[in-house]
Design a protein around this ligand. Structure first.
Ligand SMILES: NC(=O)c1ccc[n+]([C@@H]2O[C@H](COP(=O)([O-])OP(=O)(O)OC[C@H]3O[C@@H](n4cnc5c(N)ncnc54)[C@H](OP(=O)(O)O)[C@@H]3O)[C@@H](O)[C@H]2O)c1
Length: 288
């Protein structure tokens, strides 16, 4: 790849960003399509966030991904938010349109795309989401427009209830329930559920022996989507496979949210498989 004066720049801002898979995924996609773009990552300490965002305008950077811990704090520096970002109160993608910075969130749509890509469209389905943190919020604000029934279960019940209240404000047509992440509740809700999404960090390294749901509660009619991608095959996914459930891994969400950012910046359809292969190769090298 030859970098010239015409090469357009996209970037990631976060803190820390050393282990991010985004540069690998996006550069593989640019190269595959022969697009004159490059993607770099900037480790931005909190006191520099405002200046870093001004730098997007100043340097004419085309597009930026925003990761932890800035998905909320970055909003005050932007000129405009699209509807999805406004609803979720979170931004993971910035488009620089002639000096105006527009914020988007592709996390929820990335999760939806990952489900559809796996052949598990949540349209009209009962979806149980575990967790009420940032990722759960982005996903549930997207799924509230698709699912027929949405159940949010969280260790801290108050957070699940608050999220359910926010969701009810944007949708009156979906049945929304909140509950505690307890065995009895899980058992009842999963019995007739179509899709289970783990949006907690349970099962993530170094606690890969843990699972948020006992194997006995899983069944063959479920699609089990674990957004944790380190390890790639969590205990939850392994046990879901063993009972004949369809599974979707966290890398799929990562790739699809990245693909949607790519499309916002370039206007070109992202090569999903190329991005997944590139990320997978990196994960294997790291021994995840
Ligand atoms: N695949 C992707 O593209 C993608 C994107 C974003 C995030 N993720 C992954 O998703 C996970 C959650 O991220 P996040 O940003 O939403 O984090 P977060 O805002 O910190 O939320 C964490 C959630 O996990 C719950 N939790 C943590 N430890 C728990 C435990 N021991 N038992 C039960 N619940 C527990 C928390 O419950 P409380 O409210 O009770 O604390 C909360 O609901 C992380 O593993 C992250 O790597 C993946």
């Amino acid at each position: 790849m030859e970098i010239t004066g015409r090469t357009r720049v996209c970037a990631l801002i976060g803190y820390p960003i050393e282990h991010s898979l985004s540069p690998i995924m996006h550069n593989a996609a640019f190269q595959h399509l022969g697009l004159d773009y490059i993607y770099v990552a900037f480790n931005v300490p909190p006191e520099n966030l405002g200046e870093a965002v001004s730098g997007i305008r100043g340097l004419g950077i085309r597009g930026v991904n925003v990761t932890m811990p800035y998905k909320i704090n970055v909003i005050k520096y932007l000129d405009e938010l699209d509807e999805g970002a406004k609803m979720a109160g979170s931004v993971n993608t910035i488009l620089n349109r002639d000096g105006r910075l527009i914020g988007y969130t592709t996390d929820g749509l990335g999760a939806l795309s990952a489900l559809k890509y796996a052949g598990s469209d949540p349209l009209g389905k009962k979806v149980v989401i575990l967790g009420a943190g940032g990722a759960s919020k982005s996903i549930s604000f997207t799924l509230v427009n698709h699912a027929q029934e949405l159940v949010i279960l969280n260790r801290t019940l108050r957070k699940a209830e608050e999220l359910a209240d926010e969701l009810r404000r944007v949708s009156s047509s979906v049945e929304i329930r909140a509950g505690p992440l307890l065995e009895g509740v899980l058992g009842d809700e999963l019995r007739n559920a179509d899709i289970l999404i783990n949006a907690t960090s349970v099962g993530m390294k170094p606690n890969e022996d843990e699972t948020p749901v006992k194997r006995e509660m899983l069944h063959g009619n479920l699609t089990v989507f674990d957004i944790v991608y380190d390890p790639l095959e969590t205990r939850l996914l392994r046990e879901a496979k063993s009972v004949g459930a369809k599974t979707v891994d966290g890398l799929s969400m990562l790739v699809h949210q990245g693909a949607l950012s790519f499309e916002i910046w370039t206007g070109v359809k992202a090569p999903i498989e190329v991005m997944r292969e590139a990320a997978l190769k990196k994960i294997m090298e790291k021994g995840c």
